[in-house]
Design a protein around this ligand. Structure first.
Ligand code: LLP
Length: 426
């Protein structure tokens, strides 16, 4: 037996997830299959909360909105960062307290803003236009809405350009030079209560310096806004902590992040005599490494490369195609055999870009083997589709070595769900 990644193990050549043989899981539930380890989610959450004992942790629901995961995190005491009506609905239904939810979004519909007013959650306002609409809806319902503005802090982290969200050119937030004016305006509206400030610089960030730069910029703003007479209850520093998708890649831990930003935050807050709470919004760190995607080999082909054709592609995991992301793969039924050849793992989707992993050294791969794609719990299922007429895969949750289907597999009939034929085609 040996351990990979702290919570995956290998016995008799087989990969075990949460103490359960992945090959048995494929036999029981079919392939492809997302396997979620409940304990790993709890451990990740507790590690993060432990590094920031005085902060509120709002799980970013977009990373994985599986209802059981939301319920687990609600029971752990997490809040939620939601980005749509759907995410807000799921978070509330899962039992996350409304006073621990922040409704984010750069282009919220009127319907979504009304829903925010109705539920009474905090809103991260992304523009002055949105502020005016929200204030009008609040007035209609006779409520006062707690808000933060999303700041664009103009910080450039080293990550894929598509997931850097705090660059000056990004679509998110209000530019630094316009933020004071926005708070001044908000303060004058009697249905709006500015209670915090929010930013998020990007995702999968593997160094702490951009977070320190962002914290300093946010504290500069807190100082200036304090002069307007606005006392913040919270400063939401967003998220973005990366994980080591490449197994030899150094990645900061939540404790490293805390060690980097808390001294700056506390020193600046103490100097101002202010004590707002910190909110953090981790998504990836909580769920990514808790899920393995199991996919069966349909064929092996020697061509320009040694291609391994599997039954999961970018319909289930779009990250490699969309961001050139690396996901570690291993052969789940030969997990401790020596690597012998270079293989490229290709999905079944009719696009050349449907490659899950390129040029990986693996043991000899044959039809019927099972490939495990690691770290697929964040932005995996949540970004999946039915492209190419492929029903989505099921999700199984492992809890103390017991398994439970938490999302059934879609079937062929689901491809027709919500479709209607117009009368002339009946
Ligand atoms: N808060 C806000 C406002 C966000 O926009 C995000 C992610 C998060 C929190 C959570 O960030 P995390 O802890 O997961 O880094 N689909 C991409 C990632 C997109 C991230 C979008 N925003 C991927 O697969 O890498």
């Amino acid at each position: 037996m040996f351990k990979i990644d702290g919570h995956l193990e290998v016995y008799n050549h087989h990969l075990f997830v949460g103490g359960v043989d992945s090959l048995e899981l494929i036999k029981e539930y079919g392939s492809p299959l997302f396997v979620i380890n409940e304990q790993r989610i709890r451990d990740n959450y507790r590690r993060y909360q432990g590094a920031f004992p005085d902060a509120d942790i709002y799980y970013a629901v977009k990373a994985n909105s599986n209802f059981s995961i939301l319920r687990i995190l609600a029971r752990e005491g997490a809040g939620a960062d939601v980005f749509s009506e759907g995410e807000l609905y799921l978070a509330l239904l899962a039992g996350i307290r409304k006073d621990k939810i922040l409704f984010n979004g750069n282009s919220k519909t009127d319907h979504e803003l009304k829903y925010a007013v109705e539920t009474g959650v905090k809103v991260s306002v992304d523009s002055v236009d949105e502020l005016k609409t929200l204030a009008a809806f609040a007035k209609e319902s006779g409520k006062t809405i707690p808000i933060a503005f999303r700041v664009n802090p103009d910080v450039s982290p080293k990550t894929h350009p598509k997931i850097a969200t705090g660059l000056a050119t990004s679509k998110f937030g209000i530019p630094l030079e316009k933020i004071i004016e926005a708070y001044d305006m908000a303060q004058k509206l009697d249905t709006i209560e500015p209670v915090g400030i929010h930013c998020h610089i990007g995702s999968q960030i593997l160094e702490t310096t951009p977070f320190v730069e962002m914290t300093n910029k946010m504290m500069d703003l807190v100082e200036q806004i304090d002069r307007l007479g606005i006392k913040f209850e919270f400063v939401d520093l967003g998220s973005g902590l990366g994980i080591p998708y490449k197994k030899d890649e150094p990645a900061p831990t939540p404790q490293d992040l805390a060690d980097a930003i808390l001294p700056v935050f506390n020193e600046r807050a103490n100097a101002m005599g202010l004590h707002p709470r910190i909110i953090l919004e981790p998504g990836r760190y909580i769920t990514a490494d808790a899920t393995v995607l199991l996919t069966t080999v349909n064929m092996v082909k020697e061509a320009h490369k040694n291609f391994v054709g599997v039954d999961a592609g970018f319909n289930l995991l779009v990250r490699p195609a969309m961001y050139d992301s690396y996901h570690h793969v291993l052969v789940a039924n030969k997990a401790d055999l020596n690597s012998e050849r270079l293989y490229t793992i290709a999905g079944p989707v009719c696009e050349s870009g449907d490659i899950l992993a390129s040029d990986r050294e693996l043991p000899v791969v044959e039809k019927g083997d099972v490939v495990a794609v690691l770290d697929t719990g964040a932005y995996g299922f949540s970004m999946s589709s039915q492209y190419n007429g492929r029903p989505r895969a099921p999700e199984v949750l492992i809890t103390q070595r017991k398994t439970c289907i938490v999302r059934e597999h879609e079937n062929i009939d689901d491809l027709l769900t919500k479709q209607r034929l117009p009368p002339h085609l009946l």
